[in-house]
Design a protein around this ligand. Structure first.
Ligand SMILES: NC(=O)C1=CN([C@@H]2O[C@H](COP(=O)(O)OP(=O)(O)OC[C@H]3O[C@@H](n4cnc5c(N)ncnc54)[C@H](O)[C@@H]3O)[C@@H](O)[C@H]2O)C=CC1
Ligand SMILES: O=C(O)[C@@H]1CCC=N1
Length: 270
């Protein structure tokens, strides 16, 4: 079985670790690196997976999955440049960082695949978008697609679209959580107990998400079905439009894409 090392087991690294184990992958085919001994002990206990040093991971794993913050990539690339076994597939989960950055620092010909996943990977419901670097062969892309398909959905996109993907599905779960949080507060404003408000909104979110996924209907049709003439929903929609929530979402998601591009530019040569 392919041996996988996750380099940086923070929020997304742990989500991947948990997702892969949850999907039935053998813990002894996985390893991870972390900076802090306490975190290594915590993850080893929780998942039964080995914590190793970067050079050990680089020497032993067939696939290295980079999940450190973009701001922490430089020292890691320096370590990998000398430790990596030629031909090892490098998979980057980092927002904004182009495959060209890895190709500049790692031995010539290193295959790199850029991925933008999201945290629902933790429950096998990730949305991941993958793009091949210039030395990644179709077999490399297929391997990454097969791996990530065990923890959610996968689409292939040109790398030029990855900043937009990052803004949409990479950050996307946070927008939904933000919305849910605000809606629960609205229940509090209306005098409901927090537990009741939370249950009402979370189940409404799960129901709406399931309809979006399974009904085959456009979101507009689904919303129209809730919006009775002269009723309650249209009274709320008018306020959402008055407060320009649609425009705010367009601007917010554009800001996320610009930030992703900026993270990449910070690592351009010169
Ligand atoms: N959190 C999210 O929803 C998503 C995050 N990403 C990307 O995943 C990457 C990680 O993000 P998070 O998990 O949120 O950050 P995080 O800060 O939770 O995790 C990063 C981990 O890497 C460790 N680390 C840093 N340098 C290291 C090194 N040289 N060796 C070993 N471990 C090292 C840190 O100790 C930390 O635990 C980022 O590049 C981010 O853009 C991508 C999609 C979604
Ligand atoms: O906020 C971030 O930068 C990361 C990338 C996508 C989701 N979280």
């Amino acid at each position: 079985m392919t041996t996988i090392a996750i380099l940086g087991a923070g929020k997304i690294g742990e989500a991947l670790l948990a997702g892969l184990i949850g999907a039935g992958r053998a813990p002894d085919s996985l390893m991870f690196t972390e900076r802090y001994p306490d975190r290594v002990a915590e993850l080893t206990e929780r998942y039964g997976v080995r914590g190793v040093e970067t050079d050990e991971a680089a020497a032993q794993a067939d696939v290295l999955i980079v999940a450190v913050k973009p701001q922490d990539i430089d020292p890691l690339l320096q370590s990998l440049a000398t430790a990596i076994t030629p031909g090892t597939l490098v998979v980057s989960l980092c927002a904004g960082l182009p495959t060209a950055l890895y190709e500049r620092h790692l031995p010539a010909g290193t295959p790199v695949v850029r991925v933008m996943p999201n945290t629902p990977m933790l429950v096998g419901e990730a949305m991941s978008a993958i793009s091949a670097g210039s030395h990644a062969e179709p077999a490399h892309l297929q391997l990454v697609e097969d791996l990530l398909s065990t923890v959610g959905k996968v689409v292939r996109v040109p790398e030029s679209q990855q900043d937009a993907v990052t803004a949409l599905s990479g950050s996307g779960p946070a927008y939904f959580f933000f919305l849910v949080e605000a809606m629960i507060d609205a229940g509090i404003l209306l005098g409901l107990p927090r537990a009741v408000s939370t249950e009402l909104i979370i189940q409404s979110a799960v129901g709406a998400a399931t309809m979006l996924r399974d009904s085959g209907e456009h979101p507009v049709t689904l919303r129209e079905a809730v919006t009775s003439p002269g009723g309650t929903t249209i009274a709320a929609i008018r306020e959402l439009e008055n407060h320009r929530v649609r425009a705010a979402l367009l601007t917010a998601i554009e800001a996320a894409a610009l930030r992703s591009a900026e993270l990449g530019k910070a690592h351009e040569p010169g």
